[in-house]
Design a binder for this molecule. Structure first.
Ligand code: ATP
Ligand code: FE
Length: 371
């Protein structure tokens, strides 16, 4: 089986081809990071236009690099949600046009399921059931993956995701945003003293598996104001003293942000093992999982609990086409796909887009246990 995967749910336009041996035949990403840095965030209309501009080229390049044409494909997979509907539409329309011109079946993919399942391409011995922590710009989820398409949500964020907190911290610290904020904070944190600024770990008193990062964001903003850091001055032009102050905040933020992950993961693993005692792995994926400090700290938690950590390489943790192609392939193998779309589908056809789409049921017992 050979599957093309297309991803346009947020600010990256990505496509890739994978086969059923888990080989990545090609991988192409066009990032809007520079555009976003210039405008200070994702504006849906602008992101849509950027996707529309490059989608044909990105898909063509993915096929060319794999040395394939549409005729060689078994199926086309595409992210249908969650995400910005204007952006999702661009990917879905492209996927439908490729599928219709080569009479290929289509698989609609859940973006967060794709972040999770790419771990099974990386680690071939990863069997269900397993635990997953998904940490990215828009999501902070603790998931028990019981089977393909069968997920229980043990925890989620009640406000912001950790990636959002990294991005804002980077912005307020005046870091270079031409790439995303997370890597910039991670890098600067290496120069800082992680114990120098006292931030409070969120939700200490909540005995559940949920997250909150809005309060930590506010703590960081206040610390930055207190130290009179001027984000208008770039890090490169800052004095040594000011650079150190920024690094201390970055390191202190990162320590507490990740402590919050550690505490909740520990509890979630306990809950997970109660439901499915045969769990052996914790998958950590999503953009923030490319952070080395995050990986190292969670590895400790997982070892303490007698499990193994599976963390995809950074290029497969942040948004990419491989995860979509692979997840499509996993569903296709079980006969879960849609027939080829009709030829000459009108441009205004109603498409199955799912901008808000939970991954699995919320764990009901968790609520009573948490009390
Ligand atoms: P979602 O998956 O929730 O829809 P998304 O698709 O925008 O969000 P991803 O590409 O999965 O996001 O992740 C991007 C996020 O990961 C950004 O918030 C970015 O700052 C963060 N990130 C990327 N690399 C790192 C890193 N090294 N350290 C911390 N955060 C990082
Ligand atoms: Fe993502």
């Amino acid at each position: 089986l050979v599957v093309l995967g297309i991803e346009t749910s947020c600010d990256d336009t990505a496509a890739a081809v994978v086969n059923s041996n888990g080989e990545i035949l090609s991988q192409v990403i066009s990032s809007q990071a520079e555009l976003l840095a210039r405008y200070g965030g994702v504006a849906p209309k602008m992101a849509e236009e950027a996707h529309a501009l490059v989608i044909d080229q990105v898909v063509q390049e993915a096929l060319d690099k794999a040395n394939l044409t549409g005729k060689d494909l078994t199926a086309v997979a595409v992210t249908i949600g969650p995400g910005l509907s204007l952006c999702l539409r661009i990917g879905v329309q492209k996927a439908r046009s490729v599928a219709s011109s080569h009479n290929l079946p289509l698989v609609g993919v859940h973006h967060m399921e794709a972040h999770t399942l790419v771990a099974r391409l990386v680690e071939r011995e990863l069997q269900f059931p397993f635990m997953a922590l998904l940490v990215s710009g828009g999501h902070n989820l603790l998931i028990l993956a019981r089977d393909l398409g069968d997920y229980i949500q043990l925890g989620t964020t009640i406000d912001d995701a950790i990636g959002e907190a990294y991005d804002k911290t980077a912005k307020w610290l005046g870091l270079d945003l031409r790439r995303s904020g997370g890597p910039a904070v991670e890098e600067l944190a290496q120069e800082g003293d992680a114990k120098s600024v006292k931030f409070k770990v969120p939700m200490k008193q909540h005995k559940d598996c949920n997250f909150s990062y809005a309060g930590l964001k506010t703590q960081v903003r206040l610390a930055i104001e207190a130290k009179r850091i001027n984000a208008g001055i770039s890090l490169a032009s800052a004095s040594d003293e000011e650079r150190q102050a920024r690094a201390d905040i970055a390191a202190s933020f990162q320590r507490v942000a990740v402590l919050h992950l550690e505490e909740k993961c520990e509890r979630a693993i306990k809950w997970g093992l109660n439901i499915e005692p045969s769990i052996n792995h914790l998958v950590v994926s999503g953009g923030v999982a490319s952070n080395k400090y995050v990986r190292a700290r969670l590895d400790e938690v997982v070892k303490r609990k007698g499990l193994k950590l599976v963390c995809p390489p950074p290029s497969l943790c942040t948004d990419n086409g491989v995860m979509v192609a692979w997840t499509g392939l996993e569903h296709f193998r079980l006969g879960r796909f849609d027939p080829p779309p009709p030829a000459n589908e009108p441009e205004d056809a109603v498409l199955d887009l799912r901008p808000r789409w939970p991954l699995g049921e919320e764990y009901a017992e968790g609520k009573s246990e948490a009390r």
